[in-house]
Each structure stands twice: as C-alpha cells, then as structure tokens.
Design a protein around this ligand. Sequence first.
Ligand code: NDP
Length: 241
Amino acid sequence: MTRTILITGGGTGIGRAAARHFAEDGGAVIVTGRRPEPLDRLAEEIGVRALVCDHTKPEALTKLLSKLPERIDVLVNNAGGNTDFDTAGPTDLASYAQAFRANLDANLVGAALTTRALDERLAEGGAVVHVGSIAAALGSGSGAYGAAKAGLHVWNLDLARALGPRGITANVVAPGYIADTEFFRNHLADERREQLVADTSTGRAGSPEDVAGTIAFLASPAARHITGQVLHVNGGAHTTH
Ligand code: NDP
C-alpha cells in the first residue's frame, strides 16, 4: 500500500531532501510551509502535494486538516529554525518575551500542535519523526532556540509512550551543522562555519540528504522497535555512549 507522508517545512533544506527521499521511495508526499513559492517549485519538480500552513497557528492547522487525507502514515515535524535570526534583537523585556516565545512556538509548540491535530489520522504501524538539534544537547550559544529543541526532545518521550500501544513510533533526529539550507540566513561567519566542521570527526558539514536518510530509516519497517529516541546526525560533533 502507498504510504502517505506529511513533511512540515518541506519546501527547503532538510524537509525538501526528505520529500525527495520519500517520493523516490514511492510514497505519496505532502509538504507544507508558510511561503507558497518553494513549495510550488518542489511540487512541480517532483510531483509532491504542496499546502500552505503556519504550524504555530491552531486555526491554520484546522484549515490544513480539511485538505489532508484521513490516513497519515508518517508525520515529519521538520518546520522550525532559530527565529532570532529574523529579528533585530530584543530592546526591552516585552520584545525579549516575544522573541523567546517565537522560538518556542516555531520549534516546540508547532510540532506539538501538528501532532495533536493529526492524532486520529496517524495510522497504526506509522511513525512520527521530529527534527530536533544538536543545540538541545550543547546549547552552543543558541539561547531560546536550543531550549525549544531540548523541550521537543523531552516532549517526544511522552508522545512515544502515548503512541506506542497503537504501534506508532515517535523519535527525534538531531542534526549538527547542515549546509545548503536556509537555516542560518546570513548569520554564519566563515570562522564559525570552519569551527563547526572542525568539531566533526568526518571533517565535513552534514547535508540535507544525510538527515533525510535517517528520517526515512526511522519511518521504515527496519525501525519498528525504535521509539522515544534521539538519533544524532552530526558527524561526531556530539556523541552519546
Ligand atoms: P530551512 O530554513 O531551509 O527549513 C525550514 C523550513 O521550515 C522552511 O522551509 C520554512 O519555510 C519552514 N517553516 C519554518 N517555520 C514554519 C512554520 N511556522 N510553519 C510552517 N513552516 C515553517 O532550514 P533547515 O532545513 O536547516 O531546517 C529544518 C529543521 O532542521 C529545522 O527544524 C531546524 O531547526 C533543524 N536544524 C537545522 C540545522 C542546520 O544546521 N541547518 C541544525 C539542527 C537543526 P517557510 O519560511 O516558508 O515557512
């Protein structure tokens, strides 16, 4: 049977690579994001379905539900990013609160809302995969972004418990530095980039395909007894033992 895969933030970077991976594997892929342009481009290129949605907004999710099929086999909560890159920086307590909450919304609340909205449609034997971050473990000066991803990693434990009896797994893929995405905007200085690569054992930046392959593995029949885990894709920049 053809699997239906929903990838949030699927128009660019890691989400886009995951969409390609699942589509090449024969899945019926749906990608979402706030901007229609990258989504439409990808839809034209590889024949996935594109739907505009801001995953931090409950009303947008309700609208999205009306356009989605009754059965979702794989949900990839990939949408997110460090929202501090898009702001001038807080000037007072109110703008600090706003900026902090924006990161929580983008990286934690959005994934929780999306999973909740889709709960009844998640198919038995299916998988939820969130895209977390190395920042959850290392911080790396990432402030509210790292805190939000750490929250996502921990919230997933409850999710795995709740979905386990239905045969649905819930895991986190935590990338290290991944090049060729829109993540850093223009905030990555050459020295910092070199440091991030030097921190790896592989001596290279990760690619969106590196992460996509791991997401696909966690959603595959080979990974049915893996749940509640954080799988790191960072070339050894952070290791667990
Ligand atoms: P991109 O910026 O290329 O991808 C993020 C995607 O998410 C965009 O397509 C964006 O589209 C979408 N998005 C963001 N917010 C929302 C929202 N509220 N609703 C719907 N879509 C949204 O960067 P990456 O591919 O690198 O990022 C993918 C994930 O990987 C993120 O969660 C990021 O935190 C994580 N990550 C990335 C790392 C890296 O080094 N690149 C390292 C560790 C983690 P639009 O703006 O149109 O909505």
